[in-house]
Design a protein around this ligand. Structure first.
Ligand code: ATP
Ligand code: MG
Length: 428
């Protein structure tokens, strides 16, 4: 019996015909992030587990339930990154990038890993693009980051999202608010879902955002952190809103929204897109002023966002914004008979060295079959080499649009075709 190999649950093969859609997103991200002066950073796909699971521990699902953690052969606990921020901050601290310039702006691209229940828009290996600004708490930075998220989505033809905005405060205002919240929720503690019961003491803020408990009347009437901000946080929040208004960016204040990781402070935001069903958050982010210090760096603030490429693709497919993948070459080399093999191998290699896209049939098919390949690949020219051509050190070049055929000396064929084919476009 042949063994059937299948990809792991929650992963996907991105086939050549689909890559054009992925590249369109990646190319646009790179172009736009550079315009806003962000620079690419690439960090390892796995990190020491402590980079994600620090000190007192985190109460969020991502860290508690979703991480791919394993012991390597040296008995170290490693984790496949579930998100990009912690790794970027770890690199910033370890490489002492704060010594180069106070405020640094990064972007990244790559696979992330979470042990989740796979469904449309939710996978175990998925891909994120993201940005981070480390070193400034200026509310103009918050506005820039949110503005870039808005601009990026619109640039991709996605413009029916709503931007949800909140402030989750700082350790100062959160401490006093937490006491009030616990007092308010105490009477219904036993009615809450299992997760909320276990996060009750540590992070009751998350109960307001719980998918199961959020419409319990007592949860709905709970005091929000947004109404309990300290002066600094309230001022920051108000200023961010003023700047967004100046930029013409529309948003909704969403007082129950908290972020999926505990290190977030102040500004939190999510872009939600209705067209892709229940799992609708396509881009999300916020401030993380405590994280740099938590990872052993100086007391510097940070802010960023991350978005899932798969969900963008769903949103674009819903709008028919897909990119036509092309499977095309300019030239197909057709070899007829054994004596033509050497010349065809050489000519093909020389065409490619001159940056002419070219291919050949590797099935040993006859001339007819080889010409079919040229057809399928929408080639503009075929270069035919048979016994006659070999004996006269030439090739026959056929223009497939006019059906005209000319004899060209082998050493001239590259120049001959270069004059007629540029960047995949025939000049005639
Ligand atoms: P959700 O509420 O959908 O679980 P999250 O809060 O866990 O989202 P973040 O950690 O903020 O998500 O990640 C940012 C973005 O990455 C999400 O808005 C989404 O577009 C994408 N994303 C997160 N988890 C997945 C996943 N398992 N599969 C595909 N995309 C994902
Ligand atoms: Mg999640």
């Amino acid at each position: 019996m042949m063994v059937q190999y299948a990809k792991p649950r929650g992963t996907a093969d991105i086939l050549p015909d689909q890559v054009a859609d992925w590249r369109a997103i990646e190319d646009e991200a790179r172009r736009l992030f550079a315009i806003y002066h962000y620079r690419e950073i690439r960090t390892p796909i796995f990190e020491h587990t402590e980079v994600f699971l620090r000190g007192v521990g985190d109460t969020t699902d991502i860290v508690q339930k979703e991480m791919y953690t394993f012991m390597d052969r040296g008995d170290r606990s490693l984790t496949l990154r579930p998100e990009g921020t912690a790794g970027v901050v770890r690199a910033y601290v370890e490489e002492k990038l704060y010594g180069v310039a106070n405020t640094q702006k990064f972007y990244y691209f790559g696979p992330m890993f979470r042990y989740e229940k796979p469904q449309a828009g939710r996978y175990r290996q998925f891909h994120q693009y993201g940005i981070e600004v480390i070193g400034s708490s200026d509310p103009r930075v918050d506005a820039e980051v949110i503005g870039l998220g808005d601009h990026f989505l619109r640039q991709l033809g996605i413009d029916t999202f709503t931007l949800h905005l909140n402030s989750v405060g700082c350790p100062v205002c959160r401490a006093s608010h937490k006491a009030h919240l616990i007092e308010h929720l105490q009477p219904i503690r036993n009615e809450l879902c299992k997760d909320c019961q276990s996060r009750f003491e540590k992070n009751p803020l998350r109960i307001l955002d719980c998918k199961i408990d959020h419409d319990h009347p007592v949860v709905m009437s709970a005091p929000t952190i947004t109404d309990a901000l300290c002066d600094d946080c309230a001022h920051q929040f108000a200023t961010v809103q003023t700047y967004l208004d100046e930029m013409g960016i529309t948003y909704e204040i969403d007082k129950t929204m908290v972020r999926g990781l505990d290190y977030y402070t102040q500004t939190a935001f999510e872009f939600k897109e209705g067209s892709i069903g229940a799992i609708s958050t396509i881009l999300a982010g916020g401030r993380y002023n405590g994280l740099i210090h938590e990872l052993g760096g100086p007391e510097l603030p940070g802010i960023g966002f991350a978005g899932g490429v798969e969900r963008l693709l769903l949103a674009r497919a819903a709008r028919q914004e897909t990119v036509q993948a092309k499977d095309q070459v300019d030239v197909v080399v057709v070899a007829m008979g054994d004596s033509a093999m050497n010349a065809s191998v050489r000519v093909l290699h020389e065409l490619r060295k001159a940056h002419i896209t070219a291919d050949v049939d590797y099935y040993g098919r006859g001339v007819k079959g080889q010409l079919k390949l040229a057809d399928r690949l929408s080639a503009r020219y075929v270069v035919l080499i048979g016994d006659d051509e070999v004996s006269t050190q030439s090739v026959s070049v056929r223009d497939l649009s006019t059906r005209e055929q000319v004899l060209v000396e082998q050493h001239r064929v590259v120049n001959y075709l270069l004059e007629r084919v540029t960047n995949g476009q025939s000049e005639i």
